[in-house]
Design a protein around this ligand. Structure first.
Ligand SMILES: [Zn+2]
Length: 372
């Protein structure tokens, strides 16, 4: 028995790859913006894994992971179904822009937030066509997905990493039950991230997470609203996809499929990329900052473990003379995810993105007033 699964014009056929289109929105010029759909289904029943990519136009390492992973040879071995959407923002991919020209906002903050529907406010802009499309697509995720990975890529020179979102639960009368469910989901997510095998970085603590609308990301909505293990994979490389990272991510995804019971065999080793395990949980933070306008010569390298006080960069004036003792030091214990680009910094600018020791809980309630 295999599950009947369709999305747009693609319908699963056991033992095959199926390709189709899911109409997302209409352009005023009469053109339809469709999302490309791939459905790969094994001959035996099993879970349904959604793989999405291309929601941020400049991040072009994600689609190749899907292309390299999903082959007839994989289908011949697998149980269950993969639904892949390699271009969540076709307009962004075409123009290599984070914000598509027809919906000039971060598209990875447009997924449903779980708040009750309110009557339209005539003084506010209506949701964009893209936001409406993602709302419909989210219903498809809820209907079929058991797991989801959304492939992004971080910037030039950064290490590849997976982001672990915190699992928020609804406060109120049933909070105890919701907390138990949230803890179980967080435990499953932890297993899935470990199966994927890249460096794990926790997402911001809850208040900033909500503030930044990260609960409305593809994986955030899948995790919090659909209640399935889901994460964002931040492949490094910036605009120049790195074949080693793509290959490692394909291996990591096959390892997730083994963990999920979709493939047999032992996990394959992740090779050719740095994998950092600090030995403690860490969440991302932009740090340290420069106190005055200056030139920065980075010393620490992506993947380096640092402790407070360790010199991480040289600081100079534009003539090249050291400012003060000529050094910027780490403020926190953690590891370097990547540098900010360039050498010229204004007062207050951060110079690295780091993963710093994380004391905040991985499961917690939504803010009290969130659903009011
Ligand atoms: Zn992204």
């Amino acid at each position: 028995m295999t599950r009947d699964i369709s999305l747009g014009t693609a319908t699963a056929q056991p033992g095959t790859l199926q390709y189709g289109r899911w109409e997302a929105l209409r352009h005023p010029t009469g053109h339809a913006e469709f999302l490309p759909i791939i459905i790969a289904q094994g001959l035996e029943d099993g879970p349904c894994l959604w793989l999405t990519a291309g929601i941020h136009g400049p991040e072009q390492a994600g689609p190749p992971v899907i292309y390299q992973l999903i082959t007839q040879a994989l289908v011949d071995q697998m149980r269950g179904t993969i639904i892949a959407v390699p271009a969540l923002s076709p307009a962004g991919l075409r123009t290599m822009k984070r914000e598509p020209y027809h919906a000039p906002t971060d598209p990875n903050r447009l997924w449903p937030d779980g708040k009750p529907e309110t009557p339209p406010d005539p003084d506010k802009d209506a949701p964009s066509s893209l936001e409406v499309a993602y709302k419909r697509l989210f219903e498809e995720v809820q209907a079929s997905a058991d797991y989801l990975i959304d492939y992004h890529n971080a910037w030039t020179g950064s290490i590849p990493f997976s982001i672990r979102d915190r699992v928020l639960y609804r406060p109120g009368e049933d909070a105890g039950d919701h907390r138990t469910e949230a803890e179980a989901l967080a435990a499953r997510l932890d297993e899935m991230l470990r199966a994927f095998g890249l460096t794990i970085v926790n997402e911001f603590p809850a208040a900033k997470y909500i503030d930044e609308k990260l609960h409305r990301s593809t994986s955030g909505a899948a995790l919090l609203l659909a209640g399935i293990p889901a994460f964002t994979a931040e492949l490094g490389g910036g605009r120049m996809p790195d074949p080693a990272i793509i290959a490692a991510s394909v291996v990591g995804t096959r390892n997730v499929m083994r963990w999920a019971g979709m493939l047999d065999g032992e996990p394959e080793p992740i090779e050719g990329i740095p994998v950092v395990d600090a030995g403690y949980p860490a969440h991302r933070r932009s740090t340290p900052h420069v106190e005055e306008a200056c030139v920065v010569l980075h010393l620490a390298r992506p993947g380096d473990l640092v402790r407070p006080g360790d010199p991480v960069a040289e600081i100079r004036d534009v003539w090249g003379r050291p400012i003060g003792d000529g050094l910027i030091r780490a403020e926190y214990e953690g590891f370097v995810i990547g540098r900010y680009e360039g050498i010229c910094y204004y007062a207050g600018d951060p110079i690295f993105v780091m993963a710093v020791r994380d004391e905040a809980p991985l499961v917690g309630p939504y803010p009290e007033d969130y659903f009011k």
